[in-house]
Write a protein that binds this ligand. Sequence first.
Ligand SMILES: O=C(O)CCC(=O)C(=O)O
Ligand SMILES: [Fe+2]
Length: 329
Amino acid sequence: MASVDFPEVPIPVLDISPFFSESASAEEKQKVAHDFDQAFRKYGFACISGHGVDMDIVNRVEQEARNFFSQPAQEKTKFNCSKNYGNGGYTGLKSETVSVNGVSDHVESVEFRGNGNEMVVPCEGWNQDFMDAVKAYWGQVEGLSMRILKVAAAALEVPENFFDEFYNPIQMDLRLANYPCVKDRVEIPDATMGYGAHTDYTGFTVLKADYEVQGLQVLLPGETTWKTVIPPEGTFIINSGDLIGIWTNDRWPSVVHRVLPCGPLPDGRCKDRLSLVSFTGPNYASQIECVPTCVGEGARYKPVNAGEHFQQRLVAGRYKGDDKDGNAK
Ligand SMILES: O=C(O)CCC(=O)C(=O)O
Ligand SMILES: [Fe+2]
């Protein structure tokens, strides 16, 4: 089961730079907002170019992360500071089970939690170059998130400062995920995923996916076929988490997605898949309720507290689960 055995989903690629350009016309800015709205209505996902993120910083953090993951297990487990996913530090291969089907994920990760927008370094002894690179990347993602929210506000036709009160400060968490290449699919149980089916818990997720090793798939609302997301080089994948679904009354749904275990590339190389996953959202004190322009026939969700929602989602999934072979029910 390789990602090429599934159809590709045509996630729109959106250049958001005109929205922030002084020389762009009002129509050009409006077009960015309109295209953003269309992408999220249809897919809950967009691939963003013209994002303004310094790709040298991305390359640095990726190199440092690959250095970290290439160490022997006993070195990495020293950084298993919180003994579980969700509180920061290293989580070993098959320790996490993100899907409610209960099958361990074929992934290892390092997670940095935010105290608001401040990155918390969990435990001591990390390589300093690694931490410097991660912090620099954190700042870049925060900048991009704030730009995304401006486009989102225009797309929803709410005042441009609508999100400010919720994102002052922003709540960010960063997950560096390494999906080890599986040479032969029979080496792992049938239902094993790189990362099982789930929705993201908070606001927009900013994903720097591996451009070479594919594996991310979506299950669009009302569909039963998983489709592979292939991000063009240089883009970030943005998707809406649960709180965006609640804010927008599912105009921009929080779409179920998963990652297949990665196998050898067509040329035979067996390369781990690395992704940098930044969960960005309103601070935990925020009350999230349907925005006025999305109420329509009435709000589908009761208002929620952002922090409580996050805690609930850490322990229980909203997705009803896959069958034992990892297919959508
Ligand atoms: O690694 C990926 O491409 C996506 C990971 C993901 O969905 C997540 O961390 O929530
Ligand atoms: Fe996710």
